[in-house]
Ligand binder design. Structure first.
Ligand code: BGP
Length: 479
């Protein structure tokens, strides 16, 4: 037994996202999202997988939440599909969609599970994309705030924890730089920063609206944080690290926490001719929201090694490993600034993601010293190939080892003075991985389906029982 534990009210949780689990893509009045359309483009997803059926959580949420209760989960983080609430992004409300999420919330509350709601986990109403280019237009800010405000009012008194935006850094990078997510644009750097600016303002205005409706509620954004290590102490590599942090990490977290962009990065982007324009009113809005947010949400999967990248060095557009064939991912970077080589001290997953438990503690300490904010770990987990045996067992000892090692570091982070409110694993059931199909599994609960389909039955993996014990002992069973 470990002598470090989490406080009694610690939110042991698990997370999901609407498009990745629900299915029922055209049921009960739901509108069409950017993802519903994007997955139809040949070559965009692994073996053409879609979330049309996903793992059918839409019809099986009671079974899934009963399993969460059996495990003893304290919080369930899920996202709301904007298109179920406002099928056209704005205008008429779809009551069936509002009722669907209310049923999920009530089911959680019935078992004493705290619902944690993400407003935007990447599925944008296609109508807004068509009408004005979605996030490319400032028009989206008001539509997002209306959508958010509607939900704050609808679920006030039932939902205390809210996440505005999931991984703004990822969906904008994939959407406007590498063309891997909708709207599938390539190397549109100025637009990428403009889009981000709109997302920041939408987040900020939603936070301000939230505090008027639920002054005691808790709100923040979830950032995909890869803390960085310079490959060595050569000054040019140390410089590459600080540039990487300013451009790839603080660019987002500083706006959430301070309401302003990091100066050196902004200056660099001005020289490149791609910096977003910030008006005085916008600046004030960002600062006001920064004063109001309650926590920094962190999705932690891996750290990044950083090295100086010559001007004729690697670009941002290397191949990403979406097949699970180890070693097929390529090194990427920003010419003249930094690159992210592999870290010789760390193992990787089959999808070439670095496994670095101590990076989680590093991330918490950086946030604590830089922002002095409470932390919600809104995602952490291992994507792996799992095998179901003939007698329906799933022996995922590698997942237990991964989560155990990360939790150990999180316990140490708390012991070292970080205020951590929640830890949500990704994910509770297996689900669709956006670009990697169904074969990259993350859940405590195995779902019997693959790229072609399946019967969707649920089976508890070994990790299910392991996490149950962790929760029951407040973390003392972490080895
Ligand atoms: C995060 C997303 C999740 C989830 C997870 C695992 O970036 O917020 O939605 O997909 O990563 O990533 P992947 O599915 O690519 O393995």
């Amino acid at each position: 037994m470990n002598d470090l534990t989490m406080p009694k009210d610690f939110l042991w949780g698990s997370a999901s996202a609407a498009y990745q689990i629900e299915g029922a893509h055209d049921k009960d009045g739901k509108g069409i999202s950017n993802w519903d359309e994007f997955v139809q483009i040949p070559g965009k997803t692994f073996k053409g997988t879609t979330g049309d059926v996903a793992v059918d959580h839409y019809n099986r949420f009671k079974e899934d939440i009963a399993l969460m209760a059996e495990m003893g989960l304290k919080t369930y983080r899920f996202s709301i599909a904007w298109t179920r609430i406002f099928p056209e992004g704005k205008g008429a409300v779809n009551e069936a969609g509002v009722a669907f999420y209310e049923a999920i919330i009530d089911e959680c509350l019935k078992y004493g599970i705290e619902p944690m709601v993400t407003l935007y986990h990447w599925d944008l109403p296609q109508r807004l994309e068509r009408d004005y280019g979605g996030w490319e237009s400032p028009e989206i800010i008001e539509d997002f705030v209306n959508y958010a405000t509607y939900l704050f009012k609808a679920y006030k008194g039932k939902v205390k924890y809210w996440i505005t935006i999931n991984e703004q850094n990822i969906f904008t990078d994939f959407g406007w730089m590498t063309a891997m997510h909708p709207p599938g644009k390539f190397n549109e750097e100025a637009l990428y920063y403009k889009v981000n600016h709109h997302v920041f303002l939408a987040h900020a205005k939603a936070v301000i609206a939230f505090k008027k409706i639920m002054p005691d509620g808790k709100i923040g954004a979830s950032f995909a944080y890869s803390p960085s290590y310079a490959v060595d102490c050569q000054p040019k590599n140390a410089m590459a690290k600080i540039d990487y942090d300013n451009l790839k990490n603080f660019w987002w977290m500083d706006v959430y926490a301070y309401g302003r962009y990091p100066k050196n990065a902004y200056n660099y982007l001005v020289k490149q001719g791609v910096a977003p324009i910030v008006t005085e009113t916008e600046q004030a809005t960002l600062k006001e929201a920064a004063r109001l947010i309650d926590f920094m949400g962190v999705n932690y999967y891996q750290s990044a090694a950083v090295e100086y990248n010559p001007i004729d060095g690697v670009t941002r557009f290397g191949e990403m490993n979406t097949t699970g064939k180890k070693g097929t991912g390529q090194v990427t970077g920003l010419p003249g600034v930094y690159k992210n080589p592999s870290n010789p001290y760390l193992e990787t997953t089959d999808w070439d993601w670095v496994i670095d438990p101590s990076g989680l503690r590093y991330a918490c300490k950086e946030i604590t010293s830089r922002y002095d904010l409470p932390i919600v770990i809104s995602e952490n987990g291992l994507g792996a190939f799992d095998q179901k045996t003939a007698d329906n067992q799933i022996h995922d000892s590698y997942r237990i080892a991964y989560l155990n090692a990360h939790l150990k570091e999180l316990l140490k982070a708390v012991d070292e003075g970080c205020e951590v409110w929640a830890y949500c694993t990704w994910s509770f059931t297996d689900l669709l991985s956006w670009l990697n199909g169904y074969q990259k599994r993350y859940g405590f609960v195995y779902v019997d389906r693959d790229e072609e389909g399946g019967n969707l039955n649920r089976y508890k993996k070994d990790s299910f029982y392991w996490y149950k014990e962790v929760i029951a002992t407040d973390g003392a069973s972490v080895e």
